[in-house]
Design a binder for this molecule. Structure first.
Ligand SMILES: NC(=O)c1ccc[n+]([C@@H]2O[C@H](COP(=O)([O-])OP(=O)(O)OC[C@H]3O[C@@H](n4cnc5c(N)ncnc54)[C@H](OP(=O)(O)O)[C@@H]3O)[C@@H](O)[C@H]2O)c1
Length: 243
């Protein structure tokens, strides 16, 4: 049995997606993994992948917009032991021209993309402070840094998430909590985009998209950094990306 502590991955969906890739990568390092997302059947599939690698996997269906469900997620993880890292990967996206963007949709994107991260941080930070260490990482996007037409809802949520991460890093870094924000600047070659724009992903090809398993290497490297040289923010993009 591994003596490594748990990693909680929040925002796990398809096997070919970043959340699942993070779970597998940390599992290969020997970490037991707690998997959270809204769809139990998909979480069970990824749990089977983690167990096939070796470490234990715990499935906790969770909607991050609901603070009670997020509390339950962390209380369930506590039953297994301490937490080394929390990877907040939740995100959704859609092309919505501003004329079609209702207040309800705008708020929903913020609830999923930003408020949910607040709920997760509220649970993760005290646990990490109590141990004097831990990594809390958030997944950003190109929209974390700038808004584009038809993406006001997404850009506002991701920019808020970025500043939440920055504030937490400055407040809790000196107490040993490593808060990081990873900007994914390009299209992930996974189910999320493939489901809505398959021809776009095919046109970009493997060299023009980010492989989720390759992105996961960056999260692991940040988690393993010695604390005399921490990264707070980094970007990953395909080598062919124009930026
Ligand atoms: N895909 C891209 O091209 C791209 C590009 C740049 C940045 N990103 C960022 O990368 C991250 C995700 O990567 P991905 O596209 O590969 O997707 P993914 O990691 O496969 O999946 C993220 C999962 O989050 C879950 N989720 C959504 N809303 C949730 C909620 N309210 N509570 C809990 N879980 C929730 C969804 O599963 P359920 O629906 O089953 O809950 C979804 O499958 C996001 O932060 C996204 O903004 C993606």
């Amino acid at each position: 049995m591994s003596d490594k502590s748990q990693v909680v991955v929040v925002g796990v969906g398809a096997s070919r997606g970043l959340g699942a890739a993070l779970a597998r990568r940390f599992a290969r390092e020997g970490h037991p993994v707690v998997l959270a997302g809204r769809t139990a059947t998909r979480l069970e599939e990824i749990a089977a992948e983690v167990r096939a690698i070796g470490p234990a996997a715990t499935v906790v269906p969770t909607d991050v917009t609901n603070d009670e469900q997020v509390s339950n997620l962390f209380e369930t993880a506590d039953e297994n032991g301490p937490i080394d890292a929390v990877l907040h990967n939740v995100g959704n996206n859609a092309i919505i021209p501003f004329a079609d963007l209702t207040a309800k949709k705008f708020e929903l994107f913020w609830r999923i993309g930003c408020l949910g991260a607040f709920h997760v941080a509220k649970q993760a930070v005290p646990r990490m402070l109590a141990r004097g260490h831990g990594s809390l990482m958030f997944t950003g996007a190109s929209a974390s840094l700038r808004g584009k037409p038809a993406f006001a809802h997404f850009a506002a949520a991701k920019a808020g998430l970025r500043n939440l991460a920055q504030s937490l890093a400055r407040e809790y870094g000196p107490q040993g909590v490593h808060v990081a924000h990873v900007i994914v600047d390009g299209v992930i070659n996974g189910e999320a985009v493939r489901n809505i724009l398959p021809e776009y992903v095919d046109r970009l090809g493997e060299e023009g998209t980010l492989d989720p398993d390759a992105i996961a290497e960056t999260y692991l490297a940040i988690h393993q950094q010695p604390r005399s040289a921490w990264t707070h923010e980094t970007e990953v993009r395909p080598f062919k990306e124009s930026w």
